[in-house]
Design a protein around this ligand. Structure first.
Ligand code: AP5
Length: 219
């Protein structure tokens, strides 16, 4: 199964992916996580991406498309879920062409729909582990010990792009450049598109997602 997970910053893409990969045995490919790993490793790609990410703009398509094509090649037969990619119509088109060259396609698109005002609450409360990447929230998903990762004991940090000013820019970028990707998939006859109410709490959102994907697996 090959899935694209779309949604605004803070819609809960990473949170839902954690559960989806366990249930369906898929590879989780997050463009944001890969970029952050490249930055942490000090690679050329990471250096090129830095200023775009810190301001809430998108990294140029040519960099992202090549990076994600390399990651997709490593996916197991069971498939993958793409989190944060494609984020422009051009990226979606390039992805389709690349998959079509091996007779593959995106089977389903999950569109996590969230109100902008809820995004701000989620982003300011998010904390992440700098070592393993686990994501928490100061109200909704607390670690067992305050500010400490349950997995490895590292001190949790706030992502630099979660400041209110950068979140506002990321939302603007999402509405202008990524929302049209939903229509791109709706207008193509290749992929099923499912709208999911992501304003609900995380467990309720998972139930809605599993309903759709379980039905897809059975077909
Ligand atoms: P990226 O890392 O992809 O950021 P994003 O899309 O803005 O998404 P987030 O990771 O911020 O949010 P999420 O939806 O995963 O939410 P999460 O589950 O963590 O991209 C970062 C940057 O990289 C971009 O700005 C861009 O510069 C660049 N980039 C990446 N991909 C690119 C591409 N394809 N093209 C060009 N540039 C690209 O949840 C958020 C918080 O809310 C957490 O604390 C969580 O615990 C909590 N939460 C989650 N769900 C719920 C719920 N249902 N109820 C209550 N709380 C919840």
């Amino acid at each position: 199964m090959r899935i694209v997970l779309l949604g605004a910053p803070g819609a809960g893409k990473g949170t839902q992916c954690k559960h989806i990969v366990v249930r369906y045995g898929l590879l989780h490919l997050s463009s944001g996580d890969i970029l952050r790993q490249e930055r942490a490793a000090g690679t050329e790609l990471g250096k090129k991406a830095q200023s775009y990410m810190d301001s809430g703009a998108l990294v140029p398509d040519e960099i992202i498309v090549e990076m994600m094509a390399g990651a997709i090649k490593k996916a197991p037969e069971a498939g993958f879920i793409l989190d944060g990619f494609p984020r422009t119509v051009n990226q979606a088109d390039e992805l389709d062409k690349s998959l079509a060259s091996t007779n593959k396609k995106i089977d389903a698109v999950l569109n996590l729909k969230i109100d902008d005002r809820i995004v701000a609450e989620r982003m300011t409360g998010r904390r992440s582990c700098p070592q393993c990447g686990a994501v928490y929230h100061i109200e909704n998903l607390k670690p067992k010990v305050e500010e400490i990762c349950d997995n490895d004991g590292a001190r949790l940090v706030q992502r630099p792009d979660d400041s209110p000013e950068v979140v506002a820019n990321r939302l603007k970028t999402y509405h202008q450049q990524t929302e049209p990707v939903v229509d791109y998939y709706r207008n193509s006859n290749n992929s099923a598109v499912y709208d999911i109410d992501a304003n609900k709490d995380a467990d309720e959102v998972s139930v809605l997602v599993f309903e759709k994907l379980d039905a897809l697996v059975k077909t």
